[in-house]
Write a protein that binds this ligand. Structure first.
Ligand SMILES: *Cc1c(COP(=O)(O)O)cnc(C)c1O
Length: 384
């Protein structure tokens, strides 16, 4: 396309933002620039591209695409979601304090408690659905609030705008891990957040064939810092993974719509099933975060957590599914089913899991885009 896609619809931007035709050939798909370095024309000139840790055209195209979709100033792509979170946390210094959603992704918990605490950062693990608890956790050293909403796997919903307002009056900045919804369903920067991180491994790439992360910032100053971090630490996304992720993002809108349509049908089935004790899904009207989710997002997503009552009942379901795959991860075209307590959240001590309401009977579903009838039949036979 010609011109700036900024004012066009989400699906159009997902396909066109950052996707300039290749200047040499006019190739519609941004090529994979599989090179480590670039020839410089003259000594003393500042070239646009000098070394591929610092700049790569394939990665830049993906970064422009995600920045547009999240409504940010710039995006930076990293080797994994965790390395995007690592880059984010470099805005802090030793002595700084972070207020963090108490049930974030297990890897984030591990990184903050096992690595960052050793380096002099401190954390308060807070039920961020409770604004009073968030307020009480602020201290003079608080510089960051790190939210995950919906949270993983208990599906707590945090009011992003309310937390951002509170943080900004206290001199702290707000980051949201938006992996579970993607910018198609939720855009935290529009709600006042300062940073968004994603594991692109999940919905953005969407095909379970790449590990990656992006960090989207809202100011030129932050963007400049994160470019410096990419250059200095070097945990960049490869050209091939940048290509795959960019390709995945082009179908994000249609995938997300189908993911959610399937999820709603599965939720309707599960809430009626006698063997399922509880269904945690923000789309259910009795979910405590339902109204906030309706206000701040454009849908409810396709992650569902169910309570089977015991480890044995959870195991029986997981062992019997045929169409769904028993695996970690989420957000791919294929439906995945997992056991958070022993898989994604195994790095969280059992007593802490109990505090968070994360039980051994919980099963998490990432609903894919297969035919809903096949997914329903699979669950029906596995629960029989
Ligand atoms: C998977 C995940 C991460 C970590 O991403 P990787 O790409 O596996 O490093 C972070 N946050 C959330 C919510 C995730 O689901």
């Amino acid at each position: 396309m010609k011109g700036d896609p900024k004012n066009l619809g989400f699906s159009t931007r997902a396909i066109h933002a950052g996707q300039e035709p290749d200047p040499r050939t006019g190739a519609v798909a941004v090529p994979i620039y599989q090179t480590s370095t670039y020839v410089q024309h003259q000594l003393g000139e500042t070239p646009q591209y000098e070394y591929a840790r610092v700049q790569n055209p394939t990665r830049s195209a993906l970064e422009a695409q995600v920045a547009q979709l999240e409504g940010g100033h710039a995006g930076h792509a990293f080797a994994s979601g965790m390395s995007a979170i690592q880059a984010l946390m470099t805005v802090l210094k030793s002595g700084d304090h972070t207020v963090v959603s108490r049930n974030v992704y297990g890897g984030t918990f591990r990184y903050f408690t096992r690595l960052l605490e050793r380096m002099g950062l401190s954390f308060s693990w807070v039920d961020t659905t409770d604004l009073g608890a968030v307020e009480a956790a602020f201290g003079p050293e608080t510089k960051m609030v790190f939210l995950e909403t919906p949270s993983n796997p208990v599906m707590d919903i945090t009011d992003i705008a309310a937390v951002a307002k509170m943080a900004h009056t206290r001199g702290a900045r707000v980051a949201v891990d938006n992996t579970f919804l993607s910018p198609y369903l939720q855009r935290p920067l529009e709600l006042g957040a300062d940073f968004v991180v994603h594991s692109t491994t999940k919905f953005l790439n969407g095909h379970s064939d790449s590990i990656g992360g992006v960090l989207i910032s809202s100011t030129a100053e932050d963007a400049e810092w994160f470019a410096f971090v990419q250059k200095s630490i070097g945990a960049i996304l490869s050209p091939f993974d940048s290509f795959l992720t960019m390709r995945g993002i082009k179908t994000l809108a249609v995938r997300q719509a189908r993911h959610e349509e399937n999820a709603r049908r599965i939720v309707d089935f599960l809430v009626e099933h006698p063997k399922v004790q509880r269904v945690l899904y923000p789309g259910l009207p009795d979910h405590p975060g339902h109204e906030i989710q309706k206000r701040q997002a454009h849908g409810f997503g396709s992650m569902i957590t169910i309570e089977m009552g015991s480890f044995e009942a959870a195991k029986a379901l997981l062992d019997r599914v045929r169409v769904m795959s028993f695996a970690e991860s989420l957000g791919g075209v294929e439906s995945l089913i997992s056991h958070p307590a022993s898989m994604t959240h195994a790095s969280i001590p059992p007593e802490r899991r109990a505090e968070l309401g994360l039980t051994d009977g919980m099963v998490r579903l990432s609903v894919g885009i297969e035919d809903a009838a096949d997914l329903l039949a699979d669950l029906e036979q596995a629960l029989a």
